[in-house]
Design a protein around this ligand. Sequence first.
Ligand SMILES: [Zn+2]
Length: 141
Amino acid sequence: MDFELEELAGASCVHSGKKIFVATDADNCAKCGRAVLNKHKAEHEEKCTGAGAIKRVAHDYDELPPVEWTQKLIAMVAGGVLIASFGGGLMMASPEQPPGELAKPMPTKKLATGFGLMGLGAILSVVGYSSERRRQSEKAK
Ligand SMILES: [Zn+2]
């Protein structure tokens, strides 16, 4: 759960907007944690997307540690960037053109490979970074 449970008494029902006077008249929505009157709970939860959730605020004691640039992480990100730039270079490079022939348009296959490599490189960097980041935060707990 990454949201706060809203204090019931004194809150306004997330569904009807009516003031909640007694905590026992209401409950927290299972999806967004907002206070909702018992009689509206089922109806609200059915439609709730969790968008109105009160985000849990990071406190000093459980704040994520700064990411540690381990060799593995650097290798993954650098590898991703390298693959992406290779893909980009492939697209930039002019097609091999024997002298005397008319300029050919960029072959589709090469263009697709270039785009593919760029995408792959970007994904590798992002996935590598976020998984390593998650692993480090887990360890810190
Ligand atoms: Zn909700």
